[in-house]
Design a protein around this ligand. Structure first.
Ligand SMILES: [Cu+2]
Length: 66
């Protein structure tokens, strides 16, 4: 399944990489496509991965989910 997140606080490609790595470290996440300009992340993941888990990974990386 696919989940789109709006992310606040990313200012450069380093941030993008940080968020991407945080999301892709979750068990069950296949890929995370993070875009700086769009302030977005599109995450491909299995059904076992809930929205709260995705949000927590973004917060853990130091950013906010809008
Ligand atoms: Cu940055």
């Amino acid at each position: 399944m696919t989940t789109s997140l709006k992310i606040e606080g990313m200012s450069c490609e380093h941030c993008v990489k940080h968020v991407k790595e945080g999301l892709e470290a979750i068990n069950g996440v296949k890929s995370a496509n993070v875009k700086l300009k769009e302030k977005s992340a599109v995450v491909e993941h299995g059904e076992e991965v809930g929205l709260e888990t995705l949000k927590a990974a973004v917060v853990e990386a130091g950013y906010e989910v809008a």
